[in-house]
Design a protein around this ligand. Structure first.
Ligand SMILES: [Zn+2]
Length: 67
């Protein structure tokens, strides 16, 4: 798995879904408590298995009073 090649998608207030097929995703890795504020998400659709980063939008960080 080539982590550096992963695309980044911004988090929103809905559960993260695959940007290609719309299926639910599971969190493979949690970097939320690091400076990057990212999750690695993998699509649960067995025909897709798309992997990407989910990254928190600054708007929501402020909304949730994280920053
Ligand atoms: Zn998918």
């Amino acid at each position: 798995m080539e982590i550096k090649a992963l695309e980044i998608f911004l988090m929103n207030d809905q559960p993260f879904t695959c940007p290609y097929c719309g299926a639910r995703c599971e969190t493979l890795a949690d970097f939320y408590h690091t400076n990057s504020k990212r999750f690695v998400q993998q699509c649960l659709n067995p025909d897709c298995r798309f992997i990407c980063y989910e990254e928190e939008d600054e708007y929501y960080l402020k909304l949730w009073k994280v920053i």
